[in-house]
Design a protein around this ligand. Structure first.
Ligand code: ZN
Length: 160
């Protein structure tokens, strides 16, 4: 077990609680009627399906975000954390978070651009899934859907 990032059991418990809280009470759950961007994410390995909605301002900042769908606790918590985080941020910074999360979760082919000195904050709670490689796709699903939505790619993203 790699404890280089977090060797505190207390922190581990805190992060587990955070994930469970977001899974049980997802923030920004529901369709966003006036979305400007939208993308589907599918993780066939686990059965997670979600649709991510974004409303992007003319200045490219995120005005609103939401998601709907169903999936395991990790996929729902990750989408909840994501939408909670990105509202109000410029899309360039959202891209930095995307890169940072992909790198931290060790996703192959992750853009290794320097994510800059961003504060991951609650997103560190997702680090725990690195110990369970099959769950990494659950954690990254919403992020990949968001990235696809911002790129306006018309096809659904699949983790496969
Ligand atoms: Zn899952």
């Amino acid at each position: 077990m790699n404890t280089a990032f977090d060797n505190s059991d207390d922190m581990r418990d805190l992060y587990r609680e955070l994930i469970l809280d977001h899974a049980r009470n997802p923030r920004h759950f529901g369709k966003l009627d006036d979305a400007t961007h939208c993308a589907d994410g599918i993780n066939p390995l686990c059965g997670d399906k979600l649709r991510l909605y974004l409303r992007v301002n003319e200045d490219q900042s995120i005005a609103a975000a939401g998601f709907e769908g169903s999936g395991c606790a990790i996929s729902v918590a990750s989408a909840s954390l994501l939408t909670d985080l990105i509202i109000g941020l410029p899309s360039s910074q959202v891209q930095n978070y995307y890169n940072a999360v992909m790198q931290r979760l060790g996703v192959p082919g992750a853009d290794d651009a320097e994510p800059g000195s961003i504060d991951l904050g609650k997103l560190k709670a997702l680090d725990g899934v690195r110990e369970y490689p099959s769950r990494v796709k659950c954690a990254t699903l919403a992020w990949q859907a968001m990235n696809s939505a911002l790129d306006n790619q018309p096809t659904p993203v699949s983790t496969e």
